[in-house]
Design a protein around this ligand. Structure first.
Ligand code: CAA
Length: 241
């Protein structure tokens, strides 16, 4: 029986590449999305991967959504907390709403999702939790006090939970992507991207979503059980943590 993997924000960007890579590696995949129906439907039509709609900022909706996935596909044994948003602004212009939206999605979303699968993983003595953090949680980024705080929080969450899960064969790891060529990064003003960001990347280009997905497949494997509490950086040499 193939294991079930759930990928939040799994129908677009890095998440879509993760969903497809896990499917290609033999997992049964559920991909969630929050709002973009059109993209989600197209993703399902092209890949055949099951898609589910809920917002990771709601603890109750996560519970209901995960129950539906488990009823349809089976117990979630691999959780990839990928869903994330940006609300970039210099701190002196940042609103409480911009702060709260990013913290609620990119940090509290990890609690809301993981809490609902954790007991099942403990009961079955197997689990893989893979959190998609960011280079900007490691190094900080101007214009992203909210995002950098949330993504750094994801790393603390990963390390604490890794210690709790270890005795039950549940690994918890983080991946820190650098700047990957997705809609999120391409929304950065072109001048900033070309003149400020890409010149800071030693490999001289943005990353590809598939270059993150392959790290997820590596961590999800049954024989990756000795790797826990780790942070894998995939950033083209832009920052060495
Ligand atoms: N790196 C280096 N310099 C940056 C920068 C960055 N990432 N972002 C902004 N700056 C610089 C600008 O070049 C500008 O410098 P100059 O005045 O010398 O030209 C200065 O900061 C102010 O920027 P703006 O004039 O653009 O100020 P603004 O108030 O109009 O906009 C902003 C501010 C919304 C933060 C905008 O600059 C921006 O979107 N910057 C990109 C921030 C960023 O890197 N976001 C990452 C998004 S991708 C992501 O988050 C995925 C991931 O995990 C990596």
């Amino acid at each position: 029986m193939s294991r079930v993997a759930l990928v939040t924000g799994g129908t677009r960007g890095i998440g879509a590449a993760i969903s497809m890579a896990l499917r290609n590696a033999g997992y049964k995949v559920a991909a969630t999305y929050a709002g973009n129906e059109e993209k989600a439907r197209a993703f399902h039509e092209v890949t055949g991967i099951s898609v589910y709609k809920w917002d990771v900022t709601s603890y109750e909706d996560c519970g209901k959504g995960i129950a539906k996935v488990e009823a349809e596909l089976g117990p979630v044994e691999i959780l990839v907390n990928n869903a994330g948003i940006t609300r970039d602004a210099m701190f002196h212009k940042m609103t409480p709403q911009q702060w709260n939206e990013v913290i609620n999605t990119n940090l509290t979303g990890l609690f809301n999702m993981t809490h609902h699968v954790w007991q099942g993983m403990r009961d079955r003595s197997f689990g893989r939790v893979i959190n998609i953090s960011s280079i900007n949680g490691q190094k900080g980024q101007m214009g992203q006090a909210n995002y950098s705080a949330a993504k750094a929080g994801d790393l603390g969450f990963t390390k604490a939970l890794a210690q709790e899960g270890a005795a039950k064969n549940i690994t918890v790891n983080a991946i820190c992507p650098g700047y990957i060529g997705t809609e999120m990064v391409l929304a950065v003003p072109e001048k900033v991207l070309n003149e400020r960001i890409i010149p800071q990347i030693p490999v001289g280009r943005l990353g590809e979503p598939e270059e993150i997905a392959r790290a997820v497949v590596f961590l999800a494997a049954d024989d990756a059980g000795f790797i826990t509490g780790s942070t894998i950086s995939a950033n083209g040499g832009q920052f060495f943590a």
